[in-house]
Design a protein around this ligand. Structure first.
Ligand SMILES: NC(=O)c1ccc[n+]([C@@H]2O[C@H](COP(=O)([O-])OP(=O)(O)OC[C@H]3O[C@@H](n4cnc5c(N)ncnc54)[C@H](O)[C@@H]3O)[C@@H](O)[C@H]2O)c1
Length: 350
């Protein structure tokens, strides 16, 4: 088991990579535990759950709401949960985000931890202390920063995860490599076949290296005032693509990274060769690098992006593979890029 620590102002987090869910009880310093999970994770893995009180929630973004939070508060009150209770979320990013939010607000905050059961949760959602829910159709609109006490990344749980969910996790791992680690980028290039066939040693290494990158960025900038914005690489266009097409988050982020790196080329920051390397890597991990963009609705979505400040926006670009920089770009330039790319993508598609 490899452990990575995050020391945040909101507390410390120990992320245990290669630990198994069966040893969960060893990491909980109390018998007073309530587990939150979703119905899929329960169906696949109930035999590995420790015998604590377990609350099941529904699946999908539609469950990530204040209604679910209210239902969980009600259940915790019924169970006489108090400040000594520890909440453990066992699931993907949705279960983790909700569990963290409920634990951070119930009785002004109780202790909590996660067992991350999707690749995306292991490399991204469980790490860094962002918790929260969607509100009125806006993603992650209500929430708090608060670090979980522990996170268990049990790689064997990924064997039951649908392929498309695995691929979503790869998109974030590739993002981490592209913004911060040329070594991880080469490792991803060399090991895509093993990774796609869920070779456990390769996956464990990918999760470890990926968490190391996110943890070090979060430790320097927990509340996203500066450097943490680098983790949004590919996400500005990505979110707009996700909102306006049927693409999954991972697919949308993949296209978003292709667009952000194309802008990096245009601005003389990235070579054509490196841009092509990124596209090849994404394609090798079965992520899309072309797609039809709906430029009008994407423009609407971009304008509503919460990262926008006045008429400029923080945009993450690559200055070479493994090195991200944040540029403050006029929103009208972003519009121009969008026009240009939507034409290009249409041509690529014909
Ligand atoms: N807090 C953060 O910093 C952060 C970062 C990135 C994403 N997120 C959030 O994470 C969420 C996405 O997370 P996700 O991709 O894990 O989605 P998810 O939680 O919806 O899980 C994906 C699907 O896989 C199922 N599942 C989970 N584990 C399984 C397993 N081991 N075997 C079989 N099925 C399993 C789930 O029931 C669900 O249907 C989004 O809401 C996003 O906003 C948060």
């Amino acid at each position: 088991v490899k452990t990575i620590h995050i020391k945040g102002r909101t507390g410390g987090s120990a992320i245990l990579i290669g630990e198994t869910m069966k040893n969960l009880s060893e990491h909980i310093p109390s018998e007073d535990v309530v587990i939150i999970t979703d119905s899929n994770v329960w169906d696949h893995h109930r035999n590995e759950f420790p015998s604590f009180e377990t609350i099941k929630i529904g699946t999908g973004e539609g469950s990530k709401t204040l209604d679910t939070v209210t239902a969980l508060y009600n259940r915790l009150v019924q169970l006489n949960a108090d400040r000594s209770t520890i909440l453990v979320g066992i699931g993907g990013g949705i279960v983790c985000d909700i569990t963290g939010f409920v634990a951070s607000t119930y009785m002004r905050g109780i202790r909590f931890g996660y067992v991350a059961t999707t690749l995306l949760a292991q490399v991204d959602a469980s790490v860094g202390g962002k918790t929260g829910v969607n509100f009125n159709g806006y993603k992650n609109m209500v929430g708090v920063f608060n670090q979980p006490g522990f996170v268990i990344c049990d790689l064997s749980l990924l064997k039951t995860l649908p392929k498309k969910e695995i691929v979503c996790g790869f998109a974030e791992i590739i993002k981490h490599a592209a913004i911060a680690d040329p070594g991880l980028f080469s490792y991803l290039e060399d090991n895509y076949a093993q990774a796609l066939s869920l070779d456990m040693d390769v996956l464990e290494n990918l999760v470890y290296e990926s968490v190391k990158i996110k943890a070090s960025i979060v430790s320097r900038d927990e509340k996203e005032k500066g450097e943490r914005r680098k983790l949004n690489f590919g996400h500005t266009f990505g979110h707009a693509i996700e909102k306006t097409t049927g693409a999954s988050h991972g697919e949308a982020v993949s296209l978003g990274m292709v667009l952000a790196s194309a802008i990096s080329v245009q601005r003389g920051l990235l070579s054509e060769e490196d841009h092509l390397k990124l596209k090849t890597l994404l394609a090798n991990y079965q992520l899309p690098i072309h797609g039809v963009l709906k430029k009008e609705s994407m423009w609407d979505a971009l304008q509503k992006d919460k990262k926008r400040e006045s008429n400029r926006m923080h945009f993450v670009l690559l200055q070479g593979l493994g090195r991200a920089i944040i540029r403050d770009i006029p929103i009208l330039d972003v519009k121009e890029y969008l026009e240009q790319f939507s034409e290009q993508q249409d041509q690529d598609h014909e």
